[in-house]
Design a protein around this ligand. Sequence first.
Ligand SMILES: Nc1ncnc2c1ncn2[C@@H]1O[C@H](COP(=O)(O)OP(=O)(O)OP(=O)(O)O)[C@@H](O)[C@H]1O
Length: 452
Amino acid sequence: MRNTKQKKGGLYNFFSVAPKPDATAPAKTSSASTAAPCMDLTDDEPLILSSSSSNLIDLTDDDLFIPGRHLPSSSQQSDRMQIDSDPRPVARTVDTPVIEMASSNKYRINSSSQPIRTKPLYSSQEKPRWSPSSISHSQSDSRPRQEIQRRATVKPPPFMPNRDPLVTSGNTLAVEKDIPSSPYTSRASPALSLDDEDLFFTSSKSGFQPASTLSQWEPHPYNPPKTTSKIPTSTPAQRVSYVNPNPYGSSRFGQGTRPLASALGGMSSQSSRGGSSYGSGVSSASSKRKMPASFKSGGSVPKRSSFGKSFGGGHHGRPGRGHQNNKPAEYRPTLSNEQQRVLNMVLNDQQSIFFTGSAGTGKSVLMRALIEALMDKYGPDAVAVTASTGIAACNINGSTLHSFSGIGLGTETVHKLIEKVKYSKRACQRWKRTRVLIIDESKTMSVALWRT
Ligand SMILES: Nc1ncnc2c1ncn2[C@@H]1O[C@H](COP(=O)(O)OP(=O)(O)OP(=O)(O)O)[C@@H](O)[C@H]1O
């Protein structure tokens, strides 16, 4: 980068910015041009005004390129111009502000010697050299600061997102220096591939930490894994029993745990067969997999058969026989006399009843007591716990009446509904083994369905 020292031989567009002592003495400008510091404006370099050498630099719109005043010196080349339009004394401009302007603000002289200020043009390879830190001001300058700033203001270049951060060198600073690189385009961003078999692991080729070092992995306290394997530990107190994430749902929920089971130890039945509905390459990934130390202690996951039992094997929506519910015991208040009377009517007298009441009268408490007592008496499969809506069914850990009965929407006639139930083998089995049918929130059922 050239400084503002005078050059004997102008190389490019060489402008000597000197004070104008007297308009009537044009010959003196020639000597002033040789004595005064000069400024070199090239195509490649920004305009630099150095204060260390007490150069006179003051670029304003009034000072530049007045036609008729640009007198090419005979001792200089044809493209060497002298500007003597500044009437201010030299002493005033000592320690002028240091202004670094971008190359886009250079001036060009056309054939008619008219100044043309070109717009900032940045090619795809050129880096913008604008920076607000490149503008500084001297304390001894007598001009208002706002004026200096206005003159030194350089319009920043447009944002170019696909460009690399500009590497700074020398005195040139760049506005893109602090722009963070995009993680999608940065070459330094390591590749991270995720699939069901590569949980917690990254490719070693990417330079990431290998998964084998993640021995201290622990689940997030706010999102603990609901399904854990039976991990044999030294003390029985630390043994983690199997927790059913959805003990009241159907067996379909058991499938959702297999990816996690695969991540835990790859011991699920489906992973052992080498097939997975969550992507290919399971067997190859399993061979390369290194489990964290916390999962290396021989954890096993129940197979498909036990899954079916654990996850609500009973199609009535009740917990299956293999279910082990670790939920805390519910609060079971002692039944009142009225509640106990209804309970006796059902259990002892075997009456079909319809009990209702206003909110908070203990209907749900009585319902839970009835279900428990009936299951103890007739067996879990003989008691069908249903509700007219899904939300009500979830509240009592049951299923909807339509789902249990297999009648679909239940809008057909009785004969057609019977044929539909007969067509479903599982529905027929449910009806055959049911001895007690409980329907919660039966008020919301349609009258037509009641009559049916
Ligand atoms: N016999 C009882 N002894 C003590 N508390 C009871 C008894 N029966 C019900 N409760 C309490 O009364 C409250 C309301 O009971 P419950 O939810 O069964 O009423 P509900 O009729 O089902 O209300 P809703 O119709 O709004 O569902 C509950 O907090 C329940 O614990």
